[in-house]
Write a protein that binds this ligand. Structure first.
Ligand code: PLP
Length: 376
């Protein structure tokens, strides 16, 4: 029986950012973080109902949404109040909003490598940041806790991504507790981007929301979305959970009139996905694991590639030996694969490969990636 995710979709000329970059070239796009899979039927049905209504006026939020989100976080061990939720159009835009509300005199610590908007936003807004290089421990890319403790000034801010992008790390409960002690000691405010938390690949890993540690709850602005897990980033919807009344008010006031509301299609998709999408997600995880395994087996043959095995996400982060200092994006494109150059995330001589595509594409890609590695 064919697998649901094997379904071939021609995404060329379908307004796909990922595929349009290479519209007339034979390059497999494995860069921006969206998947080549249709969203689950529950989402498509809910959207169809909305579209068929035919009136697309200013919207209010789905009435059961906040209950669903509260239940969602409770299942992860975090008991929230419904009024802590702030709906936003995206996490990407919210990163800019956050940099905007950080007092100019505050130290902002950004562990690198990191999702690119955390580096683009401060440049754009003329803000200084303190980069904190992450370390590899037991094959995992993690925060340098010791350095964080010695670097952080009192009342500083921290940009924290868990599961991590690009490294795919899922911080253990022990690590989250360790971080929470530093947060408490230095009174750090944390932007905790937990967008990838429902894409855990390994049964042994479990996501712990940072703010589920009660003692630091008020120091955290946490972000979630259905966009990565259910492949709906084009529908513009995410949500923040901000327990501190002061922080919540500051964040909302700053966003008002500048950042648009979450899109109604995104809100409908989020409600539907968190209600009825989990079985589909479980099948997705199996499929992604098979893709990952295939990629890793192929990469193992190449000494000049050193991947970090992701505990979550459909993104593979690897160090590549680049003796001739090649432009990695162009080099891999020459061999027919569109990857992200690690420099975008703050780390040279690394690449990120998005493996959320059909198994057939992954097999094709492994040959091309191998060729590219041999010819570095
Ligand atoms: C860690 C992380 N944060 C934020 C974003 C952007 O999310 P959004 O599509 O909600 O802007 C991404 C997208 O890849 C991401 O990986």
């Amino acid at each position: 029986m064919s697998n649901l995710f094997d379904k071939k979709k021609n995404r060329k000329n379908s307004n796909s950012q990922k595929w349009d970059r290479y519209h007339s070239r034979d390059i497999l796009p494995m860069w921006v973080a969206d998947m080549d899979f249709e969203s689950p039927t529950c989402i498509k049905n809910s959207l169809r109902k909305y579209i068929d209504n035919g009136i697309y006026g200013y919207h209010s939020e789905p009435k059961d949404l906040r209950d669903i989100l509260k239940k969602y976080l409770k299942s992860k061990g975090w008991n929230i109040k419904k009024n802590w939720i702030v709906l936003m159009p995206s996490v990407g835009a919210s990163i800019y909003s956050i940099y905007n509300i950080i007092p100019k005199t505050s130290q902002v610590i950004v562990p690198t490598p990191i999702y690119l908007n955390f580096l683009k936003a401060p440049k754009h807004l003329g803000r200084k940041i303190k980069e904190l290089p992450m370390v590899i421990e037991n094959g995992r890319l993690i925060l340098d806790f010791k350095k964080l403790l010695s670097t952080a000034k009192k009342n500083s801010w921290l940009m924290f991504v868990n599961p991590q992008n690009p490294g795919g790390t899922v911080y253990t409960k022990k690590e989250i507790r360790k971080l929470s002690r530093i947060i408490k000691e230095k009174n750090i405010t944390v932007f905790s981007d937990e967008l990838h938390c429902d894409l855990i690949l390994q049964n042994s890993s479990k996501h712990t929301p940072l703010a589920s540690i009660n003692s630091i709850e008020k120091n955290v602005i946490a972000f979630y979305s259905a966009s990565k897990t259910f492949n709906v980033p084009g529908l513009s919807c995410a949500f923040a959970v901000i327990p501190s009344k002061n922080l919540r008010q500051t964040f909302k006031t700053n966003a008002e009139g500048i950042t648009d509301d979450a899109n109604i299609t995104g809100l409908i998709a989020l409600t539907s996905a968190f209600n009825k999408g989990w079985k589909w997600r479980d099948k997705l995880i199996k499929y992604l694991n098979r893709n990952l395994k295939t990629l890793l087996i192929s990469l193992k043959k190449h000494k000049n590639a050193n991947p970090i095995i992701p505990e979550a996400t459909y993104l593979l982060w690897l160090h590549v030996k680049n003796p001739n200092n090649k432009d990695l994006q162009s080099h891999f494109e020459k061999y027919g694969v569109g990857i992200n150059d690690g420099a975008e995330f703050g780390k040279k001589d690394h690449i990120r490969i998005n493996f959320a595509t059909t198994y057939e594409n992954v097999k094709k890609a492994t040959k091309r990636i191998e060729e590219a590695l041999i010819n570095l």
